[in-house]
Design a protein around this ligand. Structure first.
Ligand SMILES: NC(=O)c1ccc[n+]([C@@H]2O[C@H](COP(=O)([O-])OP(=O)(O)OC[C@H]3O[C@@H](n4cnc5c(N)ncnc54)[C@H](O)[C@@H]3O)[C@@H](O)[C@H]2O)c1
Length: 58
């Protein structure tokens, strides 16, 4: 079964900055904003999961 989520066209190309974005809730926020077409920057103290998330979304 596929799950569909709402998309928000008003987020397209908006710049979003997320702190603690490499894991947990922050990473899911990064994924959700990227899925809505936003230009997402995130900060985190953990390099490895941050780089893995960038690879996942690139
Ligand atoms: N109010 C609530 O009901 C509720 C529920 C769940 C989580 N929370 C809070 O939400 C936040 C996120 O929860 P989580 O489960 O995703 O936590 P988490 O520990 O999985 O994620 C936190 C992220 O922040 C990063 N981080 C920590 N210190 C940092 C710093 N100085 N600069 C940049 N990044 C930093 C960590 O590396 C990690 O990636 C926590 O503060 C948690 O307490 C609140």
């Amino acid at each position: 079964m596929s799950v569909q989520f709402a998309t928000y066209p008003s987020l397209t190309d908006r710049v979003v900055l997320i702190s603690g974005g490499a894991s947990g809730i922050g990473a899911d926020m990064v994924r959700a904003f990227v899925a809505n077409g936003a230009r997402v920057c995130f900060l985190d103290v953990q390099d490895e999961p941050a780089e893995a998330l960038v690879r996942e979304l690139s």
